[in-house]
Design a protein around this ligand. Structure first.
Ligand SMILES: [Zn+2]
Length: 463
């Protein structure tokens, strides 16, 4: 296949450049800049009609609830929603499926189910909870490390099946994961603070502001201080998910072994929006004070926050409308809006240049999770994961039109610059703007970490 008449987002180039791509066996076989590629009997010619062609986005934080909670989401609907928003690779969290992905056996079971459903390539995170920090810890880490792109933990957890990891348990977990050069992901909210503040706030208020006050900036910052201290002391790879607080992000940016992500919801909304919008914006950690949003976007643009992810976790209408903010489900369907949001508010609005935009949407998650040998750039030899964009177009977020089972989005009605026209996974179209989500369920392939990088020993993420 040859893709002609495109403007390519190539590594090291600050502008889109006119060019062509040859795709063979799902890989980018040849890139032609300023010249036409000669047909070598290529069966298909795709005319990009002057659209920008970028590496597909990597969403390294989704909850597709598969298997087990398919009334909320499944891998077909989740991955289709991702594809509609220019995402070609997702990494699924371990705690929101049944069985939870906590050892080799449960990962095999999950893989069998979702392999038949995914439209985009996918990896898994394994899980370690406070319950599993026993003599089985080293066995579980050893058997999961080659299969998963990281291991997810909660410093504060709302889930009975997946309890929090205490500070001493973090030390035990990180000592094991470092031996296998496996990255530990942390949901960072301080347990002491949250469990102490919640009863009083719950008694006195039932809105977004009350919920926010039960887990404010200090709750995130204290947890990030604690867990990063342990990771830095041990020299163990760690990643802080969904950063929403300036101070917490600043701490992560100074670490050598710790990386961090944020999500569009922390860039777009604050606690006053939460008070106004209510449950459709309920997430944990909650959105924070209004001073954070613009600074977090700038930190993402300037390299202090490493990448962006969706934390896609939809709730049903019933789960989102229980009658109290304290019991309403915490989570939003972010998969279809992740890439369109940052395309609009980051790149097309001029907050970040093209290279930084590519790093935060694909290059950095690919490097961090050791899949950069296949993913994360338009380069010869890598997978032909492509998103075609009309940079002059626009779109409006409509939850009802989403391919996801989750229709309740805080981004409802948001106008975004730019429009995704086509998404290809290894050269196969899984979405186009004319037909919508397409392709065979099961198109997506399972991604393990590059074994060469894993066995090369722990390297600092920064400096
Ligand atoms: Zn999450």
């Amino acid at each position: 296949m040859i893709i002609r008449n495109a403007f390519l987002a190539l590594p090291g180039r600050d502008e889109l450049v006119a060019g062509e791509l040859r795709v063979q066996d799902g890989k980018i076989a040849e890139i032609g800049v300023g010249r036409a590629l000669e047909s070598q009997g290529d069966a298909d010619i795709v005319n990009a009609e002057g659209l920008a062609v970028l590496p597909g986005a990597i969403d390294a934080h989704v909850h597709f609830f598969d298997p087990g909670y398919n009334h909320k989401e499944d891998f077909l609907h989740g991955s289709g929603a991702s594809a509609s928003g220019g995402v070609t690779t997702v990494v699924d969290m371990p705690d929101t499926s049944e069985p939870a992905a906590i050892d080799a056996q449960s990962i095999r079971e999950k893989l069998e189910v979702v392999s038949a459903r995914s439209l985009v390539d996918f990896g898994f995170f394994g899980g370690i909870s406070g319950l599993l920090c026993d003599d089985q810890l080293s066995r579980r880490v050893a058997e999961m490390a080659p299969e998963v792109l990281g291991i997810k933990t909660y410093a504060t957890s709302g889930s009975v099946q997946f309890p929090r990891v205490s500070n001493h348990q973090y030390y035990q977990v990180l000592r094991e994961t470092r031996r296998h050069n496996c990255i530990v992901l942390v949901h960072a909210e301080d347990y002491d603070y949250v469990s102490g503040a919640t009863p009083g706030e719950r008694e006195h208020g039932d809105g977004g502001l009350a919920f926010y006050r039960s887990r404010p900036e200090a709750a995130e910052t204290l947890s990030v201080l604690t867990v990063t201290e342990i990771a830095e002391e041990l020299g163990a790879p760690m990643h802080i998910v969904h950063l929403g607080t300036i101070r917490a992000a600043e701490i992560v940016a100074k670490c050598r072994f710790v990386s961090g992500e944020t999500c569009p919801q922390y860039l777009e909304f604050d606690c006053h929006d939460f008070e106004r919008i209510g449950a459709p914006l309920k997430i944990t950690p909650p959105v924070k004070g209004p001073e954070n949003r613009a600074v977090l976007l700038r930190m993402l643009a300037e390299g202090q926050i490493d990448f962006i992810a969706s934390d896609h976790a939809p709730g049903t209408h019933e789960e989102k409308n229980t009658g109290s903010i304290w019991t309403d489900y915490a989570g939003i369907p972010g998969a279809p809006t992740l890439f369109p949001y940052i395309l609009s508010e980051g790149y097309l609005s001029g907050v970040m240049g093209l290279q930084r935009f590519l790093e935060v949407t694909s290059g950095n998650p690919a490097r961090r999770y050791r899949i950069a040998d296949r993913k994360g750039a338009l380069a010869e030899g890598l997978d032909a994961d492509l998103v075609f964009i009309d940079t002059a177009g626009s779109s409006v977020v409509r939850g009802e039109e989403s391919f996801s089972k989750g229709k309740i989005t805080p981004f409802e009605g948001k106008e975004l610059r730019g429009k995704v026209h086509r998404t290809m996974v290894r050269g196969r179209t899984v979405f186009d703007s004319e037909h919508g989500v397409m392709g065979e369920p099961g198109t997506g392939q399972f991604l393990r970490p590059d074994p060469k990088l894993r066995s090369a020993g722990v390297q600092p993420w920064r400096g």
